[in-house]
Design a protein around this ligand. Structure first.
Ligand code: CA
Ligand code: CA
Length: 302
């Protein structure tokens, strides 16, 4: 998908990419040449220092153009020495600024000299409130699915202090000879959907195995951009399952389909002694953001 995005980019983007390639070569080549003159490969520390010291990533590129999604400078540059970024993904692409919803950043990279020639892959996560020089790993640990497959991974989240809107994440890959390729992806920081009301009718019920209660959970999706995955209650306190799904499809107690009021009927089992039970209710999106509320249900004697 990312490649298609690159190929189908308009001419303006291509022109910008060529300008960027020229800047890139100017900035990177002298470094590579001097490394070659010294007839030694960079140590990992050298490459990291270079990436860190280089204002190129943040200032020049950042000021030159606002990147659109994930094109890849190494595709424009035909040299056989520069590492390749196949794609960069942020999963999910939409996340709340909550400091906990996990975002997995993946960069698929390669190098003309093989993967062993890759020195390191780094990401600038400053736009989501993290460090500007975070290392991605290809060791099969810390969220990386498979070791040494060229897909480098880092797990992160969006800090609480980050403003809403589109955020860019730049990724740089350096190889042993000091060549650097850069690309970027973006992600959208959104407020998560909220449970604005959670009700149950009736609020008190006889536990005789015959009476039902009807849950009505109203969701507000502030940006209208999240997809609700499921709305459910944990009914263990009522002797039922921990994931009882509610529906917004109309019917079976849900009055109107698609109105963001999720409903569900639940039969109260016989034999629960009179008490007030607090039932937790959850709304969850496909991107992992969630909200939580509670409903009180009073179990009464006959
Ligand atoms: Ca991997
Ligand atoms: Ca509904």
């Amino acid at each position: 998908m990312m490649r298609n995005g690159i190929l189908s980019g308009n001419i303006f983007k291509l022109a910008l990419a060529v300008v960027l390639a020229a800047v890139m070569l100017t900035a990177v080549f002298p470094f590579a040449a001097s490394a070659a003159e010294q007839k030694k490969y960079l140590t990992k520390g050298d490459a990291v220092a270079f990436l860190t010291a280089s204002d190129f990533l943040k200032n020049k590129i950042g000021a030159l153009l606002s990147w659109t999604i994930g094109y890849d400078i190494s595709k424009v540059n035909r040299a056989k020495v520069v590492p390749v970024i196949n794609y960069i993904l942020a999963i999910p692409r939409k996340a709340p600024p909550d400091g906990r919803t996990i975002i997995e950043l993946q960069a698929s990279v390669d190098d003309p000299g093989g993967l062993v020639n890759i020195q390191g892959v780094r990401a600038d996560l400053s736009e989501i409130g993290k460090l500007s020089n975070m290392m991605l790993v290809d060791n099969g640990l810390w969220g990386d699915a498979k070791a040494e497959d060229g897909i480098f991974t880092i797990q992160t989240n969006v800090s609480l202090s980050v403003s809403l809107g589109e955020k860019e994440v730049a990724v740089a890959v350096a190889n042993q000879k000091g060549w650097v390729a850069m690309g970027k992806t973006s992600l959208l920081v959104l407020n998560p959907p909220k449970i604005i009301s959670a009700k149950v009718e009736p609020m008190s019920v006889v536990a005789d195995g015959k009476h039902e209660i009807l849950f009505k959970v109203q969701i507000e999706d502030p940006e209208g951009k999240y997809e609700i995955k499921r709305v459910f209650a944990n009914l263990q306190g009522l002797g039922a399952g921990n994931v009882t799904l509610f529906s917004d499809e109309g019917g079976n107690g849900d009055e109107i389909a698609g109105d963001f009021v999720y409903s569900g009927r639940v039969l109260i089992p016989a034999g629960i002694s009179p008490k007030t039970v607090e039932v937790p209710v959850y709304a969850e999106t496909h991107s992992g953001a969630a909200d939580f509320s509670k409903v009180k249900i009073k179990i009464v004697a006959k």
